[in-house]
Design a protein around this ligand. Structure first.
Ligand code: SF4
Length: 205
């Protein structure tokens, strides 16, 4: 048996949508190199068991069909539920809002780790907007925003910092929180650890 090291690569999927070209390429590469394909909890496509010697070749084949890859310092893609295009209960187009956020922030040079954004199309929160760093929830009366939630072994529900918000107010609050997290974080930090900071820019509503 070969003792060559096995690697993995994570293809970023904005709004959890898997473009057909990337799906076809991942399928053919997985067949050719006996790779495993995993749909990650963050809604990305992780391709695993890649022989180290094939990693660059596989990445360039995927990049050639438009794939971009998870990397240290990249702004996180929001995790979303399907939203009102595919769910009767949805009040917002979660894919479109994710696109607005990605367009605005993906050019940031370096975003410190442990920072997640989730968008839910209604208060049922299928994507977990109340248990993440920044949670955006569509309601019939505008958006609600939660901050400082987390999952893991000791889950926490975030604090509501906005209600009846318009989309541009949501984007502005995300920007304020991103900047605050950046300023107050050395390397990596979940936002719940910053809620008691005297300079925290929002209070519970
Ligand atoms: S959070 Fe609401 S809109 Fe989104 S999938 Fe769940 S029920 Fe549908």
């Amino acid at each position: 048996m070969s003792d060559e090291q096995k690697m993995s690569v994570t293809v970023l999927l904005p709004a959890g949508r898997l473009p057909l070209d990337i799906m076809a390429k991942a399928h053919s590469l997985a067949g050719k190199y006996s790779l495993k394909v995993y749909l990650s909890n963050a809604q990305n496509l992780r391709i695993m068991e890649i022989p180290e010697t094939e990693l660059e070749e596989i990445k360039s084949s995927l990049a050639a069909v438009g794939a971009t890859f998870k990397a240290k310092g990249k702004f996180p893609l929001p995790k979303v539920c399907v939203g009102n295009n595919s769910c009767n209960l949805g009040t917002i187009d979660t894919e479109a809002l994710s696109g607005v956020i990605v367009d605005k922030f993906s050019g940031r040079k370096h975003t410190k780790a442990k920072f997640k954004i989730v968008i839910s199309g209604c208060t049922l929160c299928c994507s977990g907007a109340k248990t993440t760093d920044i949670g955006i929830i569509g309601t019939r009366d505008g958006f609600e925003m939660y901050v400082g939630g987390k999952g893991g072994p000791f889950p926490k529900i975030g604090m509501r910092i906005g209600k009846k918000l318009a989309e541009d107010e949501v984007v502005e609050m995300v920007e304020t929180l991103v900047e605050f997290h950046d300023k107050k974080t050395e390397k990596k930090q979940r936002i719940f650890k910053l809620l008691k900071d005297p300079d925290f820019p929002y209070s519970e509503v």
